[in-house]
Design a protein around this ligand. Structure first.
Ligand SMILES: [Zn+2]
Length: 374
């Protein structure tokens, strides 16, 4: 996956590009400039992309007809020549169905617009020790489709675990192994399906709508623990699609047994679920001690990737009772002590402020990215 709208796009001109290839690339180039909230005239789009007036008009008109763009009024007068009509992303016509499967006991679905903003919500409760089946996911999609008011361009599923195309290679939280989600759902609904790791989906929202840097380590701590790495605005997937699977790196080989087979995985030590159990009957003093230690464990786990990759921005998403100031300060102190030096700049650890909807929002961006062929 590449990340549109963030990295400076450049025209892609393969040696033997067909007219259809050229048109597709021009379309991506122009959409990148407008997403999420920019508005430009056709002439300005031509200046910014280097494309001819005819080429710009061709793809803009196509995207206007398709419902991806809309005209939003006249450009301010810029001296000689007539004023152009501004175009922007149309958020009213097309819908996306976006699902967040990262919460242990709740499957969350949303109908979103093209900016990933939720228009309608629905949830399905998952009973204790029940494995989520494709039928249950279909049921939620069915419900969301009945709530959509516009044409649905794709279905997105943000799942915990290792995601390889449309298949979940492994998800400890959901108990899935080599589960192909995309194919049966495409067969059922006849709509393209995008599957994305939940941390990567949330990171997309943080980058487009939050404070994320082009180089960012994004960590997600809720029922499980995952992370996603962004380098020069490109998400890193890894050789086996498992980049960012920080939850199952052991930080204590004698630690608690993890369902993945190892001991002392970060997820068995400081996942939100584990910490909530530890905090259940704790005094205020014990709470601070538990969360400080959890923050230090995260700092320990992150010190190598932060130092190795020279990361300046570490963003932690999590439940507010877990990822609080005590937790973040402890992670920051550990990273300062373990990575800062004369040749390595200070890394900032911060809490993600995007809110609970960020996973479905980021997943909708992943769907749009696939739809446009990025
Ligand atoms: Zn594990």
């Amino acid at each position: 996956m590449s990340l549109f709208g963030v990295a400076s796009p450049s025209p892609i001109r393969p040696a033997k590009a067909s007219p259809a290839d050229v048109r597709r690339n021009n379309r991506r180039l122009i959409f990148s400039l407008l997403f999420p909230t920019n508005q430009y005239s056709r002439a300005e789009l031509g200046r910014r992309t280097g494309l001819s007036r005819v080429a710009v008009s061709d793809v803009v008109n196509q995207m206007l007809g398709e419902g991806l763009l809309r005209e939003t009024g006249q450009a301010p007068s810029g001296g000689k020549g007539k004023r152009g009509t501004l175009v922007s992303v149309d958020i009213d016509r097309l819908n996306i169905i976006s699902l967040d499967l990262a919460q242990e006991h709740i499957l969350h679905g949303a109908v979103t617009n093209l900016l990933g903003q939720s228009l309608r919500h629905a949830e399905i409760t998952v009973k204790e020790d029940t494995q989520v089946s494709i039928e249950t996911i279909s049921e939620l999609i069915e419900k969301m489709l009945s709530m959509a008011s516009g044409e649905v361009i794709g279905i997105g599923i943000a799942s915990p675990g290792v995601v390889d195309g449309g298949t979940i290679r492994t998800s400890t939280l959901r108990g899935w192994h080599d589960l192909n989600l995309a194919e049966p759902l495409l067969d059922t609904f006849g709509i393209d399906v995008t599957v994305t790791n939940d941390a990567t989906a949330a990171m997309l929202a943080e980058r487009f709508f939050g404070q994320g840097d082009p180089n960012m380590l994004f960590v997600r701590i809720d029922s499980g623990i995952g992370s996603s790495i962004l380098i020069n605005d490109a998400p890193v997937t890894g050789e086996m699609h498992a980049a960012g699977e920080i939850g199952h790196i052991s930080i204590d080989l004698d630690g608690p047994q993890c369902p993945c087979g190892k001991r002392g995985c970060l997820e068995t030590m400081i996942s939100g679920s584990i910490l909530r159990k530890k905090l259940a009957n704790a005094s205020e003093c014990q709470r601070i001690a538990i969360l400080s230690q959890a923050g230090r464990h995260l700092g320990q786990a992150l010190s190598m990737p932060v130092g190795l990759l020279d990361m300046a921005d570490v963003c932690v998403y999590g439940w507010p009772d877990i990822v609080n100031d005590t937790f973040i300060d402890a992670t920051q102190s550990y990273l300062d002590a373990s990575t800062s030096s004369t040749f390595h700049k200070h890394t900032i650890v911060r809490r993600c402020e995007c809110g609970a909807d960020m996973t479905v929002q980021g997943e909708a961006i992943a769907v749009l990215s696939d739809y446009l062929g990025y």
